[in-house]
Design a protein around this ligand. Sequence first.
Ligand code: AHR
Length: 340
Amino acid sequence: MGETGRDRRMKKLRRCLLFIACWILPVFFSAGCSTQKQPADETEAGRNLVVGFSQLGSESAWRLGNTASMEQAAKEHGISLMMENGMQKQEKQINAIRSFIAYQVDVIVFAPIVEDGWANVLQEARDAKIPVIMMDRVINTADSDLYDAYIGPDHYMEGVNAAKFLLKKAEEMPQETIHIVELSGTDGSSPMLRRFRGFHDLIDGDERFEVLATVSGDFLRSKGRKCMENLLARYGDEIDVLYSHNDAMTLGAIEAMEEQGIRPGEDIVIITVDGEQAAVDLLKEGKINCVVECSPKLGEAVMDLAEKMVNGEEYPRNTHPEESVFTEYDDLSNLGPRGY
Ligand code: AHR
């Protein structure tokens, strides 16, 4: 049965009360259930649309670029964005999603910090008939109806592309056995699991390669540096290649190398994922050999999809942005500013 005028008035009233409880009272009592809200512009497409967005954290320039892309696109679409930062805690993200359900937002968007542990809260969203878009990362579930659509990169292909570069580079490397160290991302997260799998599916079993160690730097620059210091202390100049799951950790690792007089990009071949400006600049300087692009600019596609869902239009279940691989073999002179 469709919504009646009374249902709509009740929904408005409930939202109003929740708005006061979640957004106005905390200002007085300085304990909020939210971090940000933008006023909606009155556009044709986005009128009255409220999107609840659970971002997972602020761990990298990539993540900040992703948040900025969501905010910008919401503004352009006249969509009211309720954003919560999960600060790398799944529990905080689950609480945020629950608050969006209580508020009866039109669409929930979330970037899941890890793959497991979402079934209950997503079932609650389904019971409340609120469509859910997974953004950037994916979850591990046998019940594909727990979410409605995914917009984000193909993290497995990023791992494959990193390995493809190494297979090419290996042709010109003199070592009989090429020793690799791997800095992986947050344990249990989809980019960590899939970048690992994609890379290893191509190189494991190839006798030219030996992975000395895979250690988690949690996608953080500070941990990337620390992990690299430990790896250098343990393996010294045995290390021929660094495969790092993101640019932030790579930047930290490069600091650790340079501190010890190691020339990144020459003494150690470096393959990284993301495509932040800082990493692309180092690629141009010869300190990084390959950057596998992972685009954070997902906001426009997300807002477009949210509108389609609410308007009852057809939409794709999976959307992957177009992504490139930038390497030392390419002419990068025409590559524009990255924007993140
Ligand atoms: O989920 C995407 C990954 O998360 C990016 O590669 C990384 O920089 C971010 O922290």
